[in-house]
Design a protein around this ligand. Structure first.
Ligand code: ADP
Ligand code: YYY
Ligand code: MG
Length: 206
């Protein structure tokens, strides 16, 4: 039985369910597959709010938070930050925004991310957009990204690819088994990829 005290405790540690009805689309794919690029296009055409887990974590480092050093070290090593940290940031971003439609980019990246988000927020994705791309192409893009990111070097990129294969692909398989994955050939030029993306979002216009 939930009590007022339980509810207050849950509120304090951020584990209470999200207090509004939202539509969420997970945007997944390997590092450099074009998630951020396509999310910017989707925002412009379909009115979603874009939440990149990686961007939220990098902002947390910059803000001088007590977790900053831990997050920075994990990103540099290509590792996945504990769900607790990432979910707190995502949940706050959802609650603080007036929109009710969100693209969650680069999350969930492992089984822990997936299960914890589901149980903390009570949210199931409407669908999962999966950008499929070869490692060779993703590597080329990451090395040319030029955003001054500490993890876009060949050593960290290799680690990120391993983590993607071992931990992130199983999450995509999980949603695939539920019939929720919309797979896109992301190796094509940006405009062509967006044509495929548009065909997916247009029936979901509301
Ligand atoms: N379809 C594409 N073809 C070529 N380059 C792309 C394409 N999509 C994105 N890029 C470029 O590749 C790099 C990685 O894209 P980004 O959207 O940041 O990917 P992700 O968020 O999946 O890591 C960026 O420099 C971006 O401009
Ligand atoms: N759910 C997530 C998402 C990203 N991270 C960390 C680990 C990732 O390698 C970095 C960068 O993620 P980001 O999505 O910005 O990277 P890409 O856009 O895929 O190149 O952030 C995480 O720990 N947990
Ligand atoms: Mg990105």
């Amino acid at each position: 039985m939930g009590t007022v005290v339980d509810a207050a405790n849950k509120e304090a540690n951020g584990s209470a369910p999200i207090n509004k009805k939202v539509t969420v689309v997970f945007v997944l794919g390997g590092p450099g597959s074009g998630k951020g690029t396509q999310c910017a296009n989707i925002v412009e055409h379909f009115g979603y709010t874009h939440l990149s887990a990686g961007d939220l974590l990098r902002a947390e480092i910059k803000s001088g938070s007590e977790n900053g050093t831990m997050i920075q070290n994990m990103i540099k090593e290509g590792k996945i930050v504990p769900s607790e940290v990432t979910i707190k940031l995502l949940k706050r971003a959802i609650e603080e925004n007036e929109n009710d439609k969100f693209l969650i980019d680069g999350f969930p990246r492992n089984e822990e991310n997936r299960a914890a988000f589901e149980s903390v927020t009570g949210i199931q994705p409407e669908f999962v957009l999966f950008f499929n791309c070869s490692e060779e192409e993703m590597q080329k893009r990451l090395l040319g990204r030029n955003q001054g990111r500490e993890d876009d070097n060949i050593e960290t990129i290799r680690k990120r690819f391993n983590v993607y294969m071992e931990s992130s692909l199983p999450v995509i398989e999980y949603y695939s088994a539920k019939g929720k994955v919309k797979k896109i050939d992301a190796a094509r030029p940006i405009g062509e990829v967006f044509e495929a993306v548009k065909a997916i979002f247009t029936p979901h216009l509301r």
